[in-house]
Each structure stands twice: as C-alpha cells, then as structure tokens.
Design a protein around this ligand. Structure first.
Ligand code: PEP
Length: 265
C-alpha cells in the first residue's frame, strides 16, 4: 500500500492531566478549532485519563464529533482479580477505538516488559480495538548505536501471535524516549529512518501487505512547528502528541498541519 493511501492518525495523549471537567472543556475548544473538513484527510484520537473517558464519550456521541476515543493503557486480561486495573472489555463498551500499549512511561516507570506489551496487544485486538504500540530507544541506546536493535526487538515482541491481517491493522508509534516531554525532537530524517525500519520489520514478520497497511506514528515533543516536516516523510503516517495536545490551539494546528507552513506554526 503506498504512503498516500494510509490515513494519517494524529493522537493526543493527555497522560495524567485534565480531570473530567477540564477534559470536556478541551474537547469543546478543539471542536471550535477543528472543522469537519479537517477530518476528511486525517484521523484524530484523544486519549484522556480513564476517569474522563465516559464524559468524553458522552460529548463525542451527543454532538456527533469526529474525534476517535482513545485510552492510555489497559490490562491484558478481560476480567479477574487484578485490583486497580482496567479491562479492555470495559474500554470497548465505552466505544474506545484506540488503546496506547507499552508507552515508554509504562515500560520505564511501571515495569512493563515486551511480553506484557505482546499480551496487551492481543487483548486490545481481541476486543476489536486498535493498539497504538509504542517503541523507542533511550539516549544511551541511541548513543551506543543500538536504536534499530532495540526498536526491532520491541516490534518483534509486539507482533508475536498476530496474524498478517492483525499486524497490518496496528498503529506503531516510534517514540525515542529522550525526545518525550523534553522539547528535543528527532530530526525528520532520523524519524524516517527508524519508521522505515519498523515497516521492513513488519514486512519480514507478517507480509508485504501488512507492512504497507500498518500506520507508523512519530512521537516526541511534536509541535505545530515540527509536524509538517515529519508528516512529509514517506514512512511517517501520523504523530503521538503529549504535551502539545493539552493546548487546544496548538493541537488544532498540529491536526491542520497541511494548512500551515512550519515558520507560521
Ligand atoms: C507522549 O506522551 O507520547 C509524548 C510523545 O509526549 P510529548 O509530545 O510531550 O513529548
């Protein structure tokens, strides 16, 4: 599948920010800023904290908004004695479409392993949602020249047990850990190089068709001023945006990257 047939996906990861009242305000502001036309060319998912999801769902459905609902994590089992965890079944019941899996903050701060990420990918797919699987290297790994090894290993683990069709339905977010929340961004050509390697890994593990279909996002301090050049790369199909997605005006400009030159963003 050529790059221009993959629909770009811009995702806003609010992390542990915005209570459910604030979340409603952010979505309402975004609704004024992002017009129906914008959604003709781009998919947009919003990933509020769990406690906000029902409120955001109600607003999206009541006003027939085109934002897709997302979650930031889920458990790999559908039910059971897992105090404090959230079942993928519950998310599916709230009409969640995308679930972030293996965000580097989950991996680094909460000990999520490649095997846990693999099981979560399976759980999200089993419940008819789309995983956004995060992969990426630390600064030490980049400086040691092991970026490709790390990222390939993470993709390999995440795809274990996926059929070629499932592999093609995934979203993979390449997020260099040193670029998350730091204001540092990978250059567009570095992002392209790693995203291309991710696509080749999907081709070798699944199929050429799956590799052509899988959507690959870049994430790491994306701003309105940097998005356009990133999106011009042939293997970058979208962005996972943290900090900048909390500001409706900045996030709207990211969504509307086609309309703005980097200098005016
Ligand atoms: C993220 O939360 O995945 C992220 C990339 O954050 P930021 O855009 O703030 O770097």
């Amino acid at each position: 599948m050529p790059a221009e047939t993959r629909r770009p996906l811009i995702s806003g990861n609010w992390k542990m920010n915005q209570n459910h009242y604030e979340a409603i305000q952010v979505v309402q502001k975004l609704t004024y800023l992002v017009g129906k036309d914008d959604f003709e060319t781009v998919d947009v998912s919003l990933h509020p904290p769990f406690t906000d999801i029902r409120s955001v769902q109600t607003l999206i459905e009541a006003d027939d908004l085109r934002f897709a609902l997302g979650a930031q994590n889920c458990h790999s089992e559908d039910k059971g004695a897992f105090t404090g965890e959230v079942s993928p079944v519950f998310l599916q019941k709230l009409n969640v479409s995308y679930v972030i899996v293996g965000h580097s903050e989950r991996r680094e701060l909460f000990g999520e392993t490649d095997a846990m990420v693999r099981d979560k990918v399976a759980a999200v797919l089993r419940n008819k949602m789309t995983p956004i699987v995060c992969v990426g290297e630390t600064l030490e790994e980049r400086e040691a020249g092991t970026t490709m090894d790390k990222v390939t290993k993470q993709v390999r683990a995440a795809l274990e047990g996926c059929s070629p069709a499932q592999a093609g339905s995934l979203v993979v977010a390449y997020e260099p850990i040193w670029a998350i929340g730091t204001g540092r961004t990978a250059t567009a050509s570095d992002a392209q190089e790693v995203c291309a390697a991710i696509r080749s890994t999907v081709a070798s593990l699944a199929s050429a068709e799956a590799a052509g279909a899988v959507r690959i996002q870049y994430g790491g301090s994306v701003k309105a001023g940097t998005i356009k050049e990133l999106m011009a790369q042939p293997d970058v199909d979208g962005a996972l945006v943290g900090g900048a997605s909390l500001d409706p005006e900045e996030f709207a400009r990211i969504i509307q990257y086609r309309l703005h030159e980097p200098s005016e963003a």
